[in-house]
Each structure stands twice: as structure tokens, then as C-alpha cells.
Design a protein around this ligand. Sequence first.
Ligand code: ADP
Ligand code: MG
Length: 333
Amino acid sequence: MSLLEVKNLSVFFESDSSRLVPAVSDLSFSAEKGEILALVGESGCGKSVTCLSLARLLPEPPAVYGKSQIIFSHKERRYDVLKLNSSGLREFRRTCVGYIFQEPSVSLNPVFRVGDQIAESIRLRNKTASGEVFPETVRLLEQVGIPEPEKKMKAYPHELSGGMQQRIMIAMALAGEPDILIADEPSTALDVTIQAQILDLLRSIRDKRGMTILLVTHNLGIVAEMADRVIIMYAGHSMESGSVREIIDGAMHPYTKALLEAVPKLGREKGKPLATIRGNVPAPSNYPPGCRFYGRCALADRLSDSERRLCAEKVPEFIEIRKGRHCRCHYSK
Ligand SMILES: Nc1ncnc2c1ncn2[C@@H]1O[C@H](COP(=O)(O)OP(=O)(O)O)[C@@H](O)[C@H]1O
Ligand SMILES: [Mg+2]
């Protein structure tokens, strides 16, 4: 049984005119114990909405779920997340999932010492006796690579660097010993060297604890380094999925290919313009009726008018090519 199984996740937002605008549409995937699953796509594609939906953290309204299922298997228990009542949901959040976000400085409370914030996470999430909270805080700080933990826990967030703050956030997320860590662009706001340290830390946590990590990024270099499997998202739809090798070496979808071509490469001929993807991601209120990538698609340029009509009019299905390998395109094979 998979640790997490998402079936046909659709998330809408109520707009001012009380229309339902789709942010995520018909997204299905599973995550296995101990794997790093990457969710990749340009800004606005629905990655964060997907992450927040997994523990039902979006305010409802404006968020509205379509006919969707999120099933989480934890030890002997099975949580049907979208059907949980509020106490079930609290328990699920406390025991099963940990989150880290892009901006640690926004998530940390500026007026409390970081050690107290970690201690509070431990108290909230475990049934730890009060005498055990201090050593547990020290242990977590050591685990996330903070030197001199007993000194550092007295610091206020602004006294720490961005990388240290992100380590504190990771320590807080680990306090409940969750089965899955949802890391939404955890290193995007950091300098590259610090970025690498945070990613190394996440990987070592996965290796030591067998924890599952859902890693959101728009950086394919990070995907190649970190991920076991990849889901490519575009405009709320999953476009392609597969193992990291299948995606990097054998991309099928025109969107994935365009993303890969847009990665700057070292040693590239100077002065040659970088490959870009023409146009922009459409806003959810403006998603076209057929393939959502059609307006930007290089493959469509090579099709006949009648072939293109299918792209414009019909949403391609997310076809399973073989186990764990999917693509949503009428024409790429
Ligand atoms: N609270 C909200 N109300 C209305 N629209 C939202 C809200 N949160 C996200 N959206 C919209 O949902 C879409 C997906 O957003 P998001 O998941 O944040 O994208 P990503 O993380 O891939 O950059 C975007 O078009 C965004 O504007
Ligand atoms: Mg996001």
C-alpha cells in the first residue's frame, strides 16, 4: 500500500463573481515510503495548492474541493483526509505530515526564541513529558546540523542566517516524527551554497529515517540531484510523470522538453540566447478548453490544422504508458 494516494484531486477557488476557478484539476499520484517525489512546474501551476490540500490547510472557502480523494496510510490507520472531521484532521496533521516553506523568516515567530518555538512544536505534536522537551529540542537541533545547539536555541530568528532559519523550520517539521515531509521550494530563497546544504540535509533525513519527501521546485537541476520520481505540472494539470531518469533522459511531453531546454548549461556558447518557452502560464480563470499547454506548444506548430483542432478542443488524458510512467499529450509518443 502506498503511504499517500491522491485520486483526481481538483481544487477550485471561489472568485468575486462566485465563479469557481480551477487551481488544480484531476491530479492523481501516489508517494511511497522513503522516496523523494518532486513536483515541478512554473510559477502558478498549482504546486503549493496541491501541497496545502494534502493536509487540507487551505481556507474553505474560498477553496472548494471537487470529487477527490486523499488517502494516507499511517501504521495501522488509514486517513481519508477530505472526509476527516476537525479532531481527526488535527490528529492527522500532528502525527503524519510536516511542512517546510520557501521563506523561513515568514513562518518563524520573530518575538520568540527559536528553542522555545521548537519546544512548542514538540509539546503540540508528541506526548513528551515536560522534562524531556529540552533534550529533545537539543537532539533535533543536532539532527538538522546546528552547531552549539544549547547556545543557538536562545537566539531570536533575526539573529540567525536564512540557512540556519530553514534548519530551525526543518527541526520543527520533524518534531512530530511525520511520515511525510512536504517541502515547498525549501531552498529557493537561499544562496546557492546554502541551498545545497539544505538539500543535502533533506536527503540525509530521508536516508536515516526512511521518510517520504514531497519536494516542490521549479529547478530541474535540483530534481536531477534529489528526486526518485517526478511529476511535471502545468496550469493545474499533471503533464508527465516518471522516474527521474525517464524524465531527464527521455522526456515525452513538449512542456517537459521545453523546461529541460530552458535550463542554463555551463560551457554554453556565450552570446547565444537561452531557450525560453514563449508566452506565459494562463491564469486559472482563463484555462483553455483543450490542452492547457496548446498555446505555447512547439509540437503543435508541426501538426496539421486538423490535428491541432484536437489539441484546442479536447483535454488529453493522463495516459499510463507503463507502470509509473504517464503523459498527457494527444501526439507525443
Ligand atoms: N487563496 C487563493 N485564492 C485564489 N486563488 C488562489 C489562491 N491560492 C492560489 N491561488 C491560485 O491558484 C493557482 C495555483 O497557485 P499555486 O499553487 O500557488 O502555484 P505554484 O505553487 O505552482 O506557483 C494560481 O493561479 C494562484 O493564483
Ligand atoms: Mg508555490
